[in-house]
Write a protein that binds this ligand. Structure first.
Ligand SMILES: C[S@@+](CC[C@H](N)C(=O)[O-])C[C@H]1O[C@@H](n2cnc3c(N)ncnc32)[C@H](O)[C@@H]1O
Length: 308
């Protein structure tokens, strides 16, 4: 039986099923909202592009199936998407039928709760993007990922980044209880960045010149109507990369890499005054998410985890 909080969460996501594609994947591209969903999907797709196209992939918390369609567009053919919101899954099936008339949506999408998925197959890759904040028991979920992965399989799990609280200069910073440990962790997690400290200068140089070239006042709208998400009814947890390492260890999984995203040029309070420019700079800063600098300026991360 569903507990009360879970059914409240499902109600929330059911009611967002028709608008998710517009709000999260903002088609007008005017950057009034930071395009987190596109960027994190892009991180996953660029990792997948290094793999063979016959990999079996499961996307948990697939919503209306955007990442699944991006995987199909990238040439992967064995993909499955699961979500516990029946309305999200109906929307995923509806869009797939329209965009991929030769595929049977019932073979691809199904309704299930993340920690209760029962399948008689294992996967080379599991993705869980924008999901773990909503699962009831993170340990149970990570052990489910372990069960569903093949030996040497890879999981990409996305999370809000607790280390960003050091930089954000807001109520999250005021509420930090373990500041010395958080600061220490900034050095400990350097080894998980795909681009290591000794190559950071090249990335910084290139990124800064991209920012300089990419900004122009004429690109900015004078009349910005900010889109906003309906507020989720519960508090959303954050993790540090090392907390993730520990969660993985408990489930016999190994953290390999961390890519940070939603890089902030300044603390968020200043962005309110120039949101479109702020978001545009943040998008251009994404290469820094692959370096250790991302740990403090990126408000979220995608971790690459291996079952070995
Ligand atoms: C923030 S959306 C992310 C959707 C998608 N991964 C994306 O990035 O576009 C979260 C999704 O997770 C689903 N979800 C939340 N809790 C879940 C759970 N316990 N099991 C399965 N899906 C869940 C919601 O229904 C929603 O579609």
């Amino acid at each position: 039986m569903l507990d009360k909080n879970k059914s409240k969460s499902i109600d929330y996501w059911n009611s967002s099923s028709g608008t998710w594609k517009n709000i999260a994947y903002s088609p007008d591209g005017n950057l009034t909202v930071f395009p987190s969903s596109q960027i994190r999907n892009g991180i996953v797709i660029s990792e997948l592009s290094k793999m063979k196209k016959d990999k079996k992939i499961l996307d948990i918390g697939c919503a209306d199936g955007k990442l699944i369609r991006e995987m199909l567009d990238a040439g992967f053919t064995y993909v499955k998407g699961v979500d516990n919101s029946p309305d999200m899954i109906s929307e995923a099936k509806r869009i797939l039928k329209k965009d991929y008339p030769n595929l049977n949506p019932d073979d691809i999408f199904f309704v299930a709760d993340a920690d209760g998925i029962v399948l008689d197959e294992n996967f080379d890759v599991i993705t869980a993007i924008g999901l773990i904040e909503y699962v009831k028991d993170i340990n149970l979920f990570i052990s489910k990922v372990y069960d569903l992965l093949k030996h040497n399989g890879i999981a990409f799990i996305e999370s809000r980044n607790k280390l960003f609280n050091i930089f954000s200069a807001n109520e999250y910073t005021s509420n930090i209880k373990d500041m010395p440990n958080l600061i220490r962790e900034l050095d400990l997690v350097k080894k998980f960045s795909p681009i290591q400290s000794n190559s950071t200068d090249a990335v910084v140089l290139e990124t800064m010149s991209e920012i300089a070239n990419g900004l122009s006042r004429k690109d900015l709208d004078s009349d910005i109507k900010k889109k906003s998400f309906k507020k989720y009814p519960f508090e959303l947890p954050q993790y540090t990369p090392l907390e993730f390492v520990d969660l993985c260890k408990e489930a016999n999984l190994k953290m390999k890499e961390v890519v940070y995203y939603h890089c902030h040029p300044f603390a968020p309070r200043y962005g309110i005054e120039f949101p479109q420019l702020f978001n545009k700079i943040g998008v251009l800063m994404q290469p820094l998410g692959y370096t250790p600098i991302g740990a403090i300026i990126g408000s979220a991360f995608v971790s690459k985890i291996e079952k070995c």
